[in-house]
Design a binder for this molecule. Structure first.
Ligand SMILES: [Zn+2]
Ligand SMILES: [Zn+2]
Length: 302
């Protein structure tokens, strides 16, 4: 394996799903490691960050990392109370997520570790935790350049575009593709001509912003939580139907798409069917997009 790699530690959305029928894909919630050899960047801190933390303690090599959070829903932070490096004085952890400033990020993370919900508060973390201010703009970490942008998901949620040498990795765990377009489409006829013109403009702007964030990515890790049947009853919940994810990736000239944030109700067979249909859609559109299912413990060389 080359020095630089990406590893999926948690690929589930909503809640962990450690069921026998699901373990081919994996049951842990969102966590992706991007490791350049000298620098370690962790995207989200779902339950997948727990085995990552244990591995880092065993390896006893690195002493510093950066964790970037897309948002503070449980499935993205619930591994932190059990993340052993945070409790070790040997570690420095740079922590970033949505918030006015570093202090607010700290408060948002601390809130889930308070009595009576959890017996140990973030005050007992012995690592040097550096909560980063949004005011610093784009983030730099060693050879990694990290940009972020709000996406369509309840509350403020970021999508991250990460540059490593000549490789672009985009991580968007929770996002409802073309949210506005889909919301408006159902009621379009209720608006007059002038309103429709304005809505058309807003939709075009939305689509352009979405495509820009993922444009030309070598690796796109994107929310693909629902089948069309489930999406029909969960529109507006902030997650994508996999068909929209695949089409957006094709439109944006993405090279490899990893379907991510799998619904906890979907077993391995259901996700295999989603994958097969995705590949069929790609063939029908004459695209050379590579599409894979993000699976726990999958490693991608960078
Ligand atoms: Zn989520
Ligand atoms: Zn969420």
């Amino acid at each position: 394996m080359s020095d630089a790699f990406l590893r999926f530690w948690g690929v589930r959305g909503s809640y962990s799903a450690p069921f026998r029928t699901h373990l081919g894909v994996g049951g842990n919630t969102s966590c992706v490691e991007i490791n350049t050899g000298g620098h370690l960047l962790v995207c989200d801190a779902g339950t997948g960050i727990i085995p990552l933390g244990n591995r880092l303690m065993e390896q006893n090599r690195l002493r510093e990392m950066m964790i970037i959070l897309t948002h503070y829903h449980w499935d993205h932070i619930c591994g932190l109370p059990f993340f052993v490096p945070a409790f070790s004085p040997d570690w420095t952890i740079h922590m970033f997520g949505p918030g006015e400033n570093g202090q607010q990020v700290e408060e948002l993370i601390a809130a889930q570790m308070k009595a009576p919900y959890f017996p140990v508060e973030t005050g007992s973390w012995m690592a040097a935790i550096d909560y980063l201010d949004r005011a610093r703009g784009r983030l730099h970490y060693g050879p990694l350049e990290i940009e972020y942008q709000s996406v369509h998901h309840p509350g403020v949620t970021y999508g991250y575009r990460i540059q490593y040498r000549d490789r672009t990795i985009v991580y968007i765990s929770d996002n409802e593709c073309l949210f506005l377009e889909k919301s408006i489409a159902r009621r379009y006829q209720e608006f007059d001509r002038a309103e429709q013109a304005l809505l058309d403009k807003m939709q075009a702007e939305e689509k352009a912003a979405e495509l820009k964030l993922i444009e030309g990515a070598d690796i796109l890790i994107h929310d693909a939580q629902y089948t069309p049947e489930d999406y029909a009853t969960k529109r507006g919940w902030g997650h994508s139907c996999y068909i929209d994810t695949v089409n957006s990736a094709i439109d944006a000239g993405v090279k490899t798409l990893y379907l991510f944030h799998h619904d906890p109700n979907y077993d391995d067979a259901t996700i295999a069917a989603i994958h097969e249909h995705s590949q069929q859609l790609i063939r029908e559109r004459g695209s050379d997009l590579e599409c894979l299912v993000a699976r726990e413990e999958m490693v991608v060389e960078l």
